[in-house]
Ligand binder design. Structure first.
Ligand code: OGA
Ligand code: NI
Length: 368
């Protein structure tokens, strides 16, 4: 099965809607009442709750105690949250700023220049405004750009924007190379913390042949932010996500924790890391991907760069043998990431319904 090569209805750019100055949003963007972002979230009630913040600086030094402490913090964050932020991660702050800057410039180019890169659901590469191909679906309030960095075979500079200037491809290259490094380092930590060898997860992902792609999300101002979502609730289908968000925007990413939505407040130059469905499968649900969504606001636009560290797309991904026991049988059947991601590509973001639907009906083992 493949995704269709065309969208089921004409594409409308959210940025055009936003810039039209209309005081109301079209019905297509109005969420059913239970999915709307307000009025109250757990963070509103509890004040300061945030996902864990971990300083990775010690991983680059010689202090073994410091390393052990960081590894433990990552372990707790993966088990308790599935979401955490890292600072002193080794990626240069200037490069992060530059990456945000070139993408912001891209989204502010005249529409005709962006339309050259209009995407289709066949591969999703390029400039897009919806996820999923269901006719009549309620849509999210965002435009995005999606591109492949790895494997090299799928990387095609012609599908990357050449604007705002020729340098932008160089920035995307540098940024992606750094994020592959950071992702690889985190994979080792996760693998050790799961009691698997340091290289287990990386090898299960295909070693050097992993997939890596970038989705740059652009959330224009929304005149009715209480009715819409920038991105509906979903878990990330891939391995691990490294997100660079605007750190000056108040309302944005929310994470579901104990059935309440927690606002993520990004630290300056932090990456927000989250576990995707493929690590949930490989870890036999010791680590779980976590539902998250994005709110929009009426004051300003928001930009985020989501870098997806994924398994090689045609490898079978299944629970690690070491984590399968008589008491805890394999919770998921083997499946390739190519097969797996068709779900979100056709149906759009649907909470955790996909990964949860894979569990055998007889399973009574529900962790956390
Ligand atoms: C995503 C995502 C969050 C954000 O792209 O999968 O969850 O803050 N983005 O844009
Ligand atoms: Ni996501």
């Amino acid at each position: 099965m493949n995704c269709p090569s065309d969208w089921p209805e004409p594409i409308v750019r959210v940025q055009d809607l936003s810039e039209s100055g209309q005081p109301t949003i079209p019905d297509r963007y109005v969420k059913p009442p239970l999915e709307r972002p307000r009025p109250v979230t757990n963070s509103d009630l509890l004040g300061d709750v945030n996902i864990p913040l971990i300083d990775l600086g010690g991983m680059f030094g010689d202090d073994e105690d410091a390393k052990r402490s960081i590894i433990k913090q990552v372990c707790a964050a993966c088990r308790d949250w599935g979401f955490f932020q890292v600072v002193n991660h080794g990626v240069r702050p200037q490069l992060m700023d530059r990456a945000r800057e070139v993408w912001r410039q891209f989204f502010h180019l005249p529409m005709e220049m962006k339309q050259v890169y209009a995407n289709s659901p066949k591969t999703y590469e390029g400039y897009g405004s919806r996820l999923g191909v269901q006719k009549g679906a309620i849509l999210d309030w965002n435009d995005y750009y999606f591109l492949h960095y790895l494997p090299a075979r799928l990387k095609d500079h012609a599908k990357w924007p050449a604007m705002p200037e020729s340098l932008s491809r160089e920035v995307i290259e540098d940024y992606s190379a750094e994020l592959v490094k950071l992702g690889g380092g985190l994979m080792k930590i996760l693998s050790m913390n799961l009691g698997l060898g340091e290289e287990y997860l990386q090898n299960a992902f295909g070693g050097e042949n992993i997939g890596a792609c970038l989705r740059v999300n652009f959330y224009p101002k929304c005149p009715q932010p209480d009715l819409a979502l920038g991105l509906s609730s979903h878990s990330d289908p891939g391995g691990m996500t490294l997100l660079l968000a605007d750190d000056h925007v108040t309302a944005g990413l929310q994470v579901l924790k104990n059935n309440a939505w927690i606002n993520v407040k990004p630290a300056p130059h932090a990456f927000i890391v989250n576990i995707g469905d493929q690590i949930q499968v490989l870890s036999n649900a010791v680590y779980r991907s976590v539902e998250h969504r994005v709110m929009v606001n009426s004051e300003g636009e928001r930009l985020s760069l989501a870098f997806f560290y994924n398994p090689k797309s045609d490898l079978l991904i299944q629970p690690a043998k070491e984590l399968v026991t008589a008491e805890r049988p394999a919770l998921y059947p083997p499946m390739t990431f190519d097969q797996y991601r068709l779900f979100i590509r056709t149906r759009g973001p649907q909470g955790k319904s996909q990964v949860d639907s894979l569990r055998p009906a007889t399973s009574s083992c529900e962790s956390s």
